[in-house]
Design a protein around this ligand. Structure first.
Ligand code: BMA
Length: 311
């Protein structure tokens, strides 16, 4: 074997957060964004209430493993008529990107018309300023790059992936985080482990080899959908160019908390933190029911992509 096919190691104390840790009554907690703010770890939790509607609540930690959760939700669906029809059924799957000195949050705004991508920002994790509904329906799984490239903001997203259709990872560019264009498809499902749809999971991190991001691949099976994880490396200057990606999954459901829950067999990371020593912390929703953590080495993820170059 030229490299480690499965570089992530689960924490022994997984899952790190379940609904029993939430100080108020809810159905589940899963799919959390992650970032580090002046040494403190912050998770932006997706919490689903008993009516099936999701909101965001903050959790904080000094070590990245033990989290204290806020007493109250941070962001609930908007009452502002500009946003209300599109968030009426919930705010889902946040991702956070540190960009130009502030924390930008992409999320799935879900309403009667279907899911679309919302972008908001905060500087202090107190305020939450909505910037735009950046896409039409049906689109989700959006992650922002942490810097402008060639004068444009850059985002990965996943248009047209619902129903029985296949969904690919696309890239799109913007001068202002409101108007998006120059969209191109960069990775499509292929026969095999991710034969149905793909979606970017975690905001790209800059390495000297390229932009590294994790994505989920869905396999349709006789028993339902199986959500597993791959790694993808994009060119630093022209991020629509794929340098390499894992032709196999690198992490998939194995443990009971990943196999059994509201939606079985789902691994869904929205948060990734790269420590100074090259340790990657991947925070992932497991079976749409709890949050777990697995760790890997950045160099192992890069090796997988570089050993599987495209073109
Ligand atoms: C996706 C998203 C995620 C969810 C996953 C598995 O489409 O809605 O929020 O974790 O399905 O149910």
């Amino acid at each position: 074997m030229r490299y480690n096919f499965f570089p992530f190691k689960r924490r022994d104390d997984n899952p790190i957060l379940t609904k029993d840790d939430i100080p108020y009554s809810c159905n589940t907690v899963f799919n959390a964004a992650a970032c580090k703010v002046q040494g403190q770890y912050i998770l932006v939790l997706r919490i689903e209430n008993q009516t099936g509607i999701s909101h965001l609540t903050l959790a904080r930690s000094e070590d990245g493993y033990n989290f204290a959760i806020d007493q109250h939700p941070w962001v609930t669906p908007s009452a502002d008529p500009q946003f209300e029809p599109y968030e009426r059924y919930g705010i889902e799957d946040p991702r956070v990107t540190f960009l130009e000195g502030e924390y930008y949050i992409t999320y799935t705004a879900f309403g009667p018309f279907g899911p679309r991508v919302g972008i908001a920002k905060t500087s202090d994790f107190i305020s939450f300023e909505r910037i735009s509904l950046a896409t039409e329906v049906d689109n989700k799984d959006a992650v922002l790059f942490p810097e402008k490239i060639g004068n444009s903001y850059v985002m990965l997203d996943r248009p047209a992936g619902l129903g029985k259709r296949q969904g690919s990872i696309w890239i799109t560019y913007s001068p202002d985080l409101i108007h998006w264009g120059k969209a191109r498809a960069i990775l499509a499902p292929e026969p095999g482990w991710a034969n149905s749809r793909l979606g970017a999971c975690t905001p790209p991190i800059k390495t000297d080899k390229g932009w590294l991001t994790l994505y989920h691949g869905v396999r349709e099976t006789a028993g339902g959908k199986l959500y597993r994880i791959g790694a993808l490396l994009l060119d630093l200057e022209q991020p629509e160019i794929v340098i390499g990606y894992s032709p196999h999954f690198i992490f998939g459901p194995e443990e009971m908390y990943e196999r059994i829950g509201d939606v079985p067999n789902v691994i869904f990371p929205c948060g990734l933190i790269c420590e100074n020593d090259g340790t990657i912390k991947m925070y992932y929703g497991a079976a749409d029911t709890c949050i777990a953590l697995a760790e890997a080495k950045l160099e192992d993820l890069l090796k997988i992509c570089l050993e599987n170059r495209r073109g």
